[in-house]
Design a protein around this ligand. Structure first.
Ligand code: GDP
Length: 329
């Protein structure tokens, strides 16, 4: 029998290379983790388990905002600022559309021109994925791999669609909402749920004619955020303005996140939150695997069809039918 572990994707080889910060093999490891083949899942599991003690030493920052708000320009400038401090920066993306369209505009290298040429940066465009656990689980694994490779700042980009924002919120330490200053009511059209998830808001494109409006928006947002209950972190969300093209407000955004880290590390929330996120990941993976197991079994599918028919005929209650399925798993 062939020993798969000694093939090109040898776990030991990748393990060593990742610890040495080899980005080529880091990219390959992420590709491996995205594969749904059971042999690849096994290898990924072995690799991640070995790398686990070397992961976690980073600040994980989620960045969200509507298309056109300036995410990639901001990430480019913010990432460059972090690398100027000597930090290694990884950019990952969670794009809900990639599951359907098999393509994505997030996490695209060409959108982050300066950062993509920086030796301290690693940008991973979103691949088309059909993962059983969804794109979120894959991104979580990619975060661990990047951390083991020595990346200290992990930026996870997502676009303003409720579900993906919640998923990203559940895998990062700090969640940053980018927002444009509008002409009218700044808060119109922003879902309260997203505001409540944010640890910080940056009003983008605060330059030239837009500067005054950005400051007004800053005041409005800060005011609105005060009305929310203080989050569990104990951190009062901060609102800043920035111009990524003029590199203004970038250092302030970094400082805000550093302060958040210091405060939440001191209070114990930082670690507690990460532990809780691991539990959420575990639950979500379990659910995804149960679903996959159910849908992957012909016997199970035919049993479900029979039960569905009985439900239609009013012969069985859906919750009782569900119990029957679970017992048959
Ligand atoms: P994304 O879709 O959220 O990633 O937005 P982009 O970063 O691609 O930016 C959308 C547009 O806004 C581009 O034309 C950028 O050049 C422009 N833009 C981004 N940041 C700024 C900024 O700080 N100031 C100004 N004036 N324009 C910006």
């Amino acid at each position: 029998m062939k020993n798969h572990l000694s093939q090109p994707f040898s776990v030991s080889k990748i393990y060593e290379a990742i610890l040495q910060g080899h980005v080529g093999l880091l990219a390959k490891a992420i590709t491996l983790s995205e594969s749904e083949k059971s042999i690849d899942r096994k290898k990924t599991g072995t690799l991640l388990t070995r790398l686990l003690p070397h992961s976690g030493r980073s600040i994980r920052i989620g960045i969200t905002g509507s298309p056109g708000v300036g995410k990639s320009t901001f990430i480019d400038a913010f990432g460059k600022y972090a690398t100027s401090l000597g930090k290694k920066v990884a950019v990952l993306a969670v794009d809900p559309s990639s599951e359907k369209t098999k393509g994505s505009i997030l996490g695209d290298k060409t959108r982050m021109e300066e950062l993509s040429r920086d030796a301290l940066a690693f940008i991973r465009p979103t691949a088309s994925r059909n993962a059983q656990g969804g794109v979120a689980e894959k991104t979580r694994e990619a975060i661990l791999l990047c951390e083991a490779a020595g990346f200290e700042v992990i930026l996870v980009e997502t676009v303003g669609v409720g579900q993906s924002e919640t998923a990203v919120r559940n895998m990062v330490d700090f969640f940053l909402l980018l927002q444009l200053a509008g002409a009218g009511d700044e808060l119109q059209g922003i879902k309260k749920g997203i505001m409540e998830m944010a640890d910080g808001v940056v009003i983008t494109k605060a330059d030239s004619d837009n500067e005054k409006r950005a400051r007004q928006a800053q005041v409005q947002f800060q005011h609105a955020l005060h009305l929310f209950q203080l989050p569990e972190s104990g951190w009062k969300p901060t609102v800043l303005t920035a111009s990524a093209t003029q590199k203004k407000g970038i250092a302030e955004a970094w400082k805000m996140i550093e302060e958040f880290r210091k405060a939440t590390c001191a209070s114990g929330f930082f670690e507690k939150n990460r532990q809780q996120q691991q539990i959420v990941w575990f639950h979500q993976s379990t659910e995804a695997l149960i679903r996959a197991k159910m849908l992957g079994s012909k016997k199970m599918i035919s049993q479900m069809k029979i039960l569905e028919q009985k439900i239609r005929e009013g012969k069985i209650i859906p919750s009782v039918a569900a119990q029957k399925i679970i017992h048959a798993l």
